[in-house]
Design a protein around this ligand. Structure first.
Ligand SMILES: NC(=O)c1ccc[n+]([C@@H]2O[C@H](COP(=O)([O-])OP(=O)(O)OC[C@H]3O[C@@H](n4cnc5c(N)ncnc54)[C@H](O)[C@@H]3O)[C@@H](O)[C@H]2O)c1
Ligand SMILES: O=C(O)C1=N[C@H](C(=O)O)CCC1
Length: 264
């Protein structure tokens, strides 16, 4: 039995993850971390059935002291995730991080901490297998199509932009594509931001609309041709096999892994 605690249990991802862990025969949901008082047990919250008698904590430090989970699954907010990850790594709890919005410096800090403590940690910008494949295929294609733009589309409650997936896609492309300046050298924006954000010269366009969940296109342009990779998550169940996979895998790791493509 892997003893799992979840941060953000009442969020859109958190609720799905609570049900997933409760129904997994190799995992036990031993605690949840919320930031608002909802009662002592998860079952007191209207989102969950009366049988979910899982203790609720408002402070991660106390949760770790009282419960000592094997794994902490973070599905909270970009503002909290770094503090949560650091604390877990300092207290011998393996973090599985779904929350996006880590800066490069924060990721580096946690990588060093995990290595020094020989503790597994997974930071997964996207748990959906199709999205992971899209990122891998994008890196393969960029070797042959160096002119590339990313369009990511998410629901309008998302806090961070660009998405963690788009950022990771751009990083993976930048690692392999030949050094390249794309677009017209004299290009000018008449409205600031018209050409999107830029990662190593790769434009990233972020769309936020109600009705969307998580979608991304990677567009490659070549002479007389356009090659498009696209992934759509139509519900949050699409992320759950990646969540349980990560919880299982993190138990055997002794370092931080950034991106599921490195362990699939
Ligand atoms: N890696 C992936 O595959 C994947 C998939 C979907 C979402 N995400 C990311 O997961 C995160 C959560 O997404 P969401 O759509 O569920 O958001 P959400 O806003 O629906 O849920 C976040 C939850 O965290 C809670 N929370 C906020 N601060 C907290 C704190 N200090 N302690 C405990 N709980 C706290 C909020 O009350 C809320 O219930 C986002 O960063 C999102 O980008 C990742
Ligand atoms: O709903 C979100 O928010 C999502 N965030 C991740 C990202 O930023 O890439 C993954 C998909 C869903």
């Amino acid at each position: 039995m892997i003893r799992v605690a979840i941060g953000g249990p009442r969020g859109k991802m958190g609720q799905e993850a609570v049900h997933t862990i409760m129904n997994n025969e190799n995992m036990e949901l031993v605690a949840v971390l919320d930031h608002r008082e909802i009662g002592e047990l998860l079952s007191e919250s209207p989102e969950f059935p009366a049988s979910y008698d899982v203790p609720v904590f408002l402070d991660l430090d106390t949760l770790i002291t009282m419960i000592s989970p094997d794994v902490f699954l973070d599905l909270t907010t970009p503002h909290q995730v770094f503090e949560h990850t650091k604390l877990c790594l300092q207290r011998n709890v393996r973090p599985v991080i779904g929350t996006t919005g880590f800066t490069d410096e924060q990721l580096q800090h946690c990588t060093t901490l995990a290595k020094n403590n020989k503790l597994g940690c997974i930071v997964a910008p996207n748990f959906a297998i199709g999205a992971v494949l899209m990122m891998k295929f994008a890196a393969m294609a960029a070797v042959y199509f160096p002119d590339v733009e990313i369009i990511e589309m998410h629901h309008d409650q998302k806090l961070d932009a660009p998405s963690g997936t788009a950022y990771k896609t751009a990083q993976m492309i930048a690692e392999v594509r030949p050094s390249h300046k794309q677009g017209h050298p004299n290009e000018e924006e008449t409205i600031a931001g018209a050409r999107g954000a830029s990662f190593d010269g790769i434009p990233i366009h972020s769309v936020r609309l109600p009705g969307l969940i998580a979608h991304q296109q990677v567009l490659f342009g070549g002479e007389g041709q356009l090659f498009t990779l696209r992934h759509d998550s139509f519900n949050r169940q699409s992320f759950m096999s990646g969540v349980t996979f990560s919880i299982n895998q993190v138990m055997d790791l002794t370092e931080l892994v950034y991106g599921l493509e490195n362990i699939l």
